[in-house]
Design a protein around this ligand. Structure first.
Ligand SMILES: Nc1nc2c(ncn2[C@@H]2O[C@H](COP(=O)(O)OP(=O)(O)OP(=O)(O)O)[C@@H](O)[C@H]2O)c(=O)[nH]1
Ligand SMILES: [Mg+2]
Length: 291
């Protein structure tokens, strides 16, 4: 039996997209925030078209969740395409100063033009844009050095666009996570589910956790020992599905959903180590659970 496809498009997202496109006229610089574990799956395919020539920087957030070699590979990959990329940690603030300098630098031309016209300089206006739960609001707080926007570990926290103006050199617009109405690439959609970058109502945790285990065992063979130790699995568990069943039987009276949630939450909290789910040089496609 095949499972329903992963789709998640709550009403506030459609509204946010139209408001965002309106507000873009008022913005000098766009900060596109990606999840460093899945930089391709967490990239909005239409954003480039909406932005046109608008200056933008890319924040590769959650750097603590990927190993340094994966981070380097992605930095090289984006830089090779002429896209300035800044690795950040919205929680600790790592990398945020460099990001801020890049934003101010890109916005400089605004004040140069104003000066030519005899006008006083004004704060640079930037917006944080990206998929749900990638850390946009956390980054905004770090960029402003104050906790002004709500930021929490679930997708869909920010519901409305909101300008934050603190009278400094940077005005920031926080925006709700956006996502396309349809996710034709279900492999990518599964990665969004694994990373908690899409609403929980959109997927079945058992299928997603099983797929996560299969994927990790394939691309990170060194994680096998960590998984065995944490979950008490013996060597030779054939598939992720069997592994989820095994954990459910042993710890959760056969409750597959609870076992699956434990595995996914462990990964999301970094308890399984830093594990990138996408690398620029490896094939992205493996069979997802929805196929
Ligand atoms: N480990 C880690 N956690 C982070 C990082 N940046 C943000 N977080 C956490 O991720 C969670 C989501 O952050 P938010 O700032 O609410 O994300 P958002 O993109 O604004 O989410 P929505 O408003 O729901 O779209 C929070 O618990 C943050 O503390 C990071 O770089 N590393
Ligand atoms: Mg937010």
């Amino acid at each position: 039996m095949s499972s329903p496809a992963i789709q998640w498009y709550p009403g506030h997202i459609a509204k946010a997209i139209s408001q965002l496109r309106e507000q873009l006229q008022r913005v000098d610089v766009v900060i596109e925030v990606l999840d460093a574990r899945i930089p391709l799956a967490s990239r909005h395919p239409e954003l480039g078209q909406w932005l046109g020539e608008k200056p933008r920087v890319l924040a590769l957030n959650r750097v603590d969740c990927v190993d340094p070699s994966a981070l380097k590979a992605w930095q090289d990959w984006f830089t090779g395409q002429g896209i300035p990329v800044y690795p950040t940690n919205g929680q600790s603030g790592e990398g945020v100063n460099r990001l801020k300098q890049a934003i101010l630098q890109l916005g400089q031309s605004v004040n140069a033009r104003r000066q030519q016209r005899g006008m006083r300089p004004r704060a640079i206006r930037a917006v944080v844009v990206g998929f749900p739960n990638v850390g946009k609001s956390a980054l905004l707080n770090r960029l402003l050095g104050r906790r002004v926007a709500e930021s929490a570990a679930r997708p869909g926290v920010t519901r409305q666009l909101r300008w934050v103006r603190l009278g400094g050199d940077l005005d920031l617009l926080d925006s709700p996570g956006i996502i396309p109405p349809l996710l034709p690439d279900q492999e990518a959609a599964t990665k969004l589910a694994i990373c908690d970058d899409i609403g929980e109502a959109a997927y079945t945790p058992e299928l997603v956790a099983a797929h996560f285990l299969d994927h990790v065992r394939m691309v990170h063979p060194q994680a096998e020992a960590i998984l065995q130790k944490r979950y008490g699995w013996s060597a030779g568990i054939p598939t992720g599905e069997v592994a989820v069943h095994e954990l459910a039987e042993r710890h959760y009276q056969g409750d597959l959903e609870r076992a699956a949630r434990q595995i996914l939450n462990d990964y999301r909290k970094g308890l399984l180590g830093p594990l990138a789910l996408e690398l620029p040089s490896t094939p992205q496609a493996t069979a997802g659970p929805q196929e």
